[in-house]
Design a protein around this ligand. Structure first.
Ligand SMILES: [Zn+2]
Length: 162
């Protein structure tokens, strides 16, 4: 009887420990659309904590990379930035539209030499500095409607005079 109770207690302890390990080791599962700031590729990616568990192609970025691909190293490692919403369990958070606007606006600028120079400048930076530059660009051109070319020219002049 004592042996049976001892075995039962041991079993309950093992189950309890396994449950606690599972609970505390639980990773946060997220899903979002990611855009590579260098080649324009867009993927739907799901992560368990930091680990990528699945990805599917939404856009191969060919429109962007055909325009700027000559300046891009062929073996770039992708610089992913979330575009739009991130889904986390039952919650959804909006992360902004910076990545999407960068990919959409840059190829359409009338000043194609200026756009190309900005792209070359961006890919030569570290990922963190690249985000600062792109944030500045998107912040200056967002909501300009049909005046994006003027806004680009003004932003370029202002930042060079600093
Ligand atoms: Zn890429």
């Amino acid at each position: 009887m004592k042996l049976l109770l001892g075995s039962l207690a041991l079993l309950l302890c093992s189950v309890g420990i396994a449950f606690l390990l599972r609970w505390f080791g639980r990773q946060e599962r997220t899903a979002a659309s990611y855009v590579c700031l260098e080649c324009g590729r867009r993927e739907w990616r799901e992560h368990d904590g930091r680990e990528l568990v699945s990805s599917s192609l939404d856009d191969d970025g060919s429109a962007f990379s055909q325009r700027f691909g000559a300046a891009l190293p062929p073996d770039h490692a992708h610089d992913w930035m979330i575009a739009g919403c991130i889904f986390n369990g039952n919650t959804i958070a909006y992360t902004g539209d910076t990545a999407r606007l960068w990919i959409e606006i840059l190829p359409r600028l009338a000043d194609s030499a200026g756009a190309e120079a900005l792209f070359r400048e961006a890919i030569a930076l570290t990922s963190e500095r690249r985000r600062e530059l792109i944030d500045g660009f998107v912040g200056a051109l967002r909501g300009c409607g049909g005046k994006q070319d003027e806004a680009f020219s003004r932003w370029n002049t202002q930042r060079r005079s600093r």
